[in-house]
Design a protein around this ligand. Structure first.
Ligand code: CAA
Length: 248
């Protein structure tokens, strides 16, 4: 393992695992985080990754808890090393029409996908500021850019991540810290495969490239933003969506 630390929330997930692998291949010590309900799966995940040649550390923290995030980041800084890269990748869906949406499904998505970004970023920021160096990469979504039928909660949270990214990028630009977001389209992970097959096929038929994306295609973009090659990029959003939503 290298001694530069990358922290990846949701690091055991479909996209998060590939981001963890990419950053590990690029020489980072990767701490993948997960929350309490998933922690029992982490041993299995670590073993599987080890077989594939990757060494990861796993930390538990519920991103909806500011206190838990703060404690976990401090633990990592104290016991592993300085966090140079934070990838906010923890995210959930609770899809449904707004007219049928319980308050709990709104709250769960906003607190995980958006409050989680605040809780984690705020926890690493003082450390990064004290070193005048850092990379924050937020994994948003095409559906935060264009809105998606059945996802008022998710689209609102993911759009909120863009606002957060653009505002924070300006606050810390002079402090050697860049803040960017990546907006995946429909990527072949369990989250997307859980969509009803007929609806999913219809969604894929709307993608100009006529296929879902691969988790590695997101990880490659994150790897680029984390690298020296992206030194002058901040406050940006990089869409990786097969042409599903185009803008400038
Ligand atoms: N635009 C307009 N109308 C639509 C529509 C759309 N995109 N999609 C469905 N409708 C219409 C249907 O035609 C149907 O109309 P009728 O009643 O007149 O026949 C009506 O809305 C009901 O649609 P469903 O049968 O789909 O309703 P449902 O209750 O079974 O399902 C839903 C609702 C759960 C929201 C379902 O539509 C769904 O899963 N949609 C996909 C949501 C989605 O894309 N989620 C992404 C998850 S992955 C992710 O989020 C990762 C990422 O970042 C991309």
């Amino acid at each position: 393992m290298g001694n530069k630390v990358a922290l990846v929330t949701g690091g055991l997930g479909g996209i998060g695992s590939e981001i963890s692998r990419k950053l590990s291949s690029n020489g980072y010590t990767v701490v993948a985080t997960t929350f309490n309900k998933e922690i029992e799966k982490s041993d299995e995940w670590i073993v599987a990754q080890k077989k594939a040649g990757y060494d990861f550390l796993v930390e538990e923290a519920d991103v909806t808890s500011f206190e838990a995030c703060g404690e976990m980041v401090k633990r990592v800084e104290d016991t592993v090393g300085p966090v140079e890269i934070l990838v906010n990748c923890a995210g959930i869906t609770r899809d449904g029409f707004l007219k049928n949406m319980d308050e709990s499904n709104w709250d769960a998505v906003l607190s995980t996908n958006l409050d989680g970004v605040f809780n984690m970023t705020k926890s690493v920021l003082d450390f990064m500021l004290s070193r005048q160096s850092g990379r924050i990469i937020n994994i948003s979504s095409v559906n935060g850019q264009r809105g998606q039928f059945g996802q008022t909660n998710y689209s609102a949270a993911k759009a909120g991540m863009h606002g957060f990214t653009m505002a924070l990028a300006q606050e810390v630009a002079r402090k050697g810290i860049t803040v960017n977001s990546v907006s995946p389209g429909y990527i072949a992970t369990n989250m997307v495969m859980a969509i009803d097959e007929e609806i999913r096929n219809d969604l894929v038929s709307q993608i100009p490239m006529q296929r879902m994306g691969k988790p590695t295609e997101i990880a490659n973009t994150v790897g680029f933003l984390a690298s020296d090659q992206a030194d002058y990029i901040t406050g940006a959003n990089i869409p990786v969506n097969g042409g599903l939503f185009t803008s400038f």
